[in-house]
Design a protein around this ligand. Structure first.
Ligand code: NAP
Ligand code: ZN
Length: 350
């Protein structure tokens, strides 16, 4: 496999700050496109991976899975794109293509394991994949998205993870004009969940620990804000919601939110990965036919559906643009929930 060298920004170890490094990209094969990266969003998963919060990080780790760029080369079998097109790459750069999930446009549940944009098993090189904190990326064109030209490309980047991760459960649980939706946590995923649920016509409530975010939440489209640490406020929404999208990244008590579900309602965890504590009480689940569920990103076709929907409804992320060298500081701010509401790296600064 012939390769070329590009500049990237990554972590050499669990304790190291991210810094400039060189990585290898493969030359385009017949099915690939090469993309010059213009913008890359900063997801909390980038931080979890750089610091090995989930175990399994392979170093050097180059994060970034909210990639927007211009196509600079196309393989000879690629019909979908041409040089100069604006394109997006999200969390998936490869999948087996033939299992039952892949056959049903559910690459995120590929039975043979999808290839994550970073820290994934690279089906071409045999090594691990490197993400979008880099100058260029080469991706199988099936996993590359068309980006609506009417939107600000920097603010589109977060749709590729924060957007699709919240869109997919909203669609799966059939959110529409008669739905009452709640979102837990106002960060990157949370602010997209509000905008998208609102875009689908739902009545939207935010649960937040941070009173200072109330005004922002309303501007983003939330009809109501509940401060989750205030018991009286929590009681006021007992039995209300059809769907809750829970974006909290760390262990937290899910039981108080289950109480706020309507009969047959579903609490969808998209943030925290791991065992729950305190233990989940099954009584309200059984007596109210309620569900606690999970969901991971979304398939390629569904991501295209989201981008097209956002193009039609003029929906983008609220972003703070940063330089590449500011990434370590951005991670520290993300840990303090001090992001309004997604950092996006201007990749020209690498
Ligand atoms: P983020 O921007 O840091 O936002 C998380 C929000 O959760 C914070 O703004 C804060 O909101 C709230 N929060 C943070 N720590 C909390 C705690 N200890 N207890 C309660 N609330 C807390 O993160 P993000 O990029 O949106 O990502 C959220 C999580 O989703 C991460 O764990 C990420 O890895 C995961 N993720 C999952 C998928 C998937 O496919 N399932 C995809 C992408 C990301 P308030 O200030 O409003 O309380
Ligand atoms: Zn992400």
């Amino acid at each position: 496999m012939s390769t070329f060298t590009v500049k990237a920004y990554g972590a050499e170890s669990i304790t190291a700050d991210l810094k400039e490094m060189n990585i290898e990209r493969r030359e385009v094969t017949s099915k690939d496109v090469e993309i010059e990266i213009l913008y890359c969003g900063v997801c909390h998963s980038d931080l979890h991976t750089a610091r090995n919060d989930w175990g399994g990080t392979i170093y050097p780790a180059v994060p970034g899975h909210e990639i927007i760029g211009r196509i600079t080369k196309v393989g000879n079998e690629v019909a979908k794109f041409k040089v100069g097109d604006l394109a997006g790459v999200g969390c998936i750069v490869d999948s087996c293509g033939h299992c039952e999930s892949c056959q049903h446009d559910l690459e995120q549940y590929c039975l043979n394991g999808f290839t994550g944009t970073y820290n994934g098993h690279d089906r071409h090189s045999g090594g691990h994949t490197f993400g979008g904190y880099s100058q260029k990326v080469v991706v199988d064109s099936h996993h590359v998205l068309k980006v609506p030209e009417n939107l600000d490309p920097a603010a589109v980047a977060p749709l590729l993870c924060a957007g699709i991760t919240t869109w997919s459960p909203l669609r799966h649980w059939k959110v529409g004009p008669n739905s009452k939706v709640a979102v837990v946590g106002l960060g990157g995923l949370g602010h997209m969940a509000i905008k998208l649920a609102k875009g689908l016509g739902a009545e939207v409530t935010l649960f937040s620990r941070t009173p200072g975010k109330t005004e922002d939440a309303k501007q983003l489209g939330a009809d109501h804000v509940i401060i989750s640490t205030d018991e009286e406020q929590m009681k006021s929404v007992k039995g209300k919601f059809d769907v809750i999208i829970d974006t909290v990244p760390y262990i937290h008590d899910v039981n108080p939110y289950v109480t706020t579900l309507n009969i047959s309602g579903t609490h969808v965890l998209v943030g925290y990965l791991g065992g729950l504590e305190p233990i989940l009480n099954t009584v309200p689940l059984i007596l109210g036919r309620k569900s606690v569920a999970g969901s991971v990103i979304g398939g390629i076709a569904e991501t295209q559906e989201l981008l097209d929907f956002c193009g039609e409804h003029n929906i983008v992320s609220e972003i703070e643009m940063i330089k590449m060298e500011e990434i370590n500081e951005a991670y520290e701010r993300m840990l303090k929930s001090d992001v309004r509401y997604r950092f996006v790296i201007d990749m020209q600064t690498l």
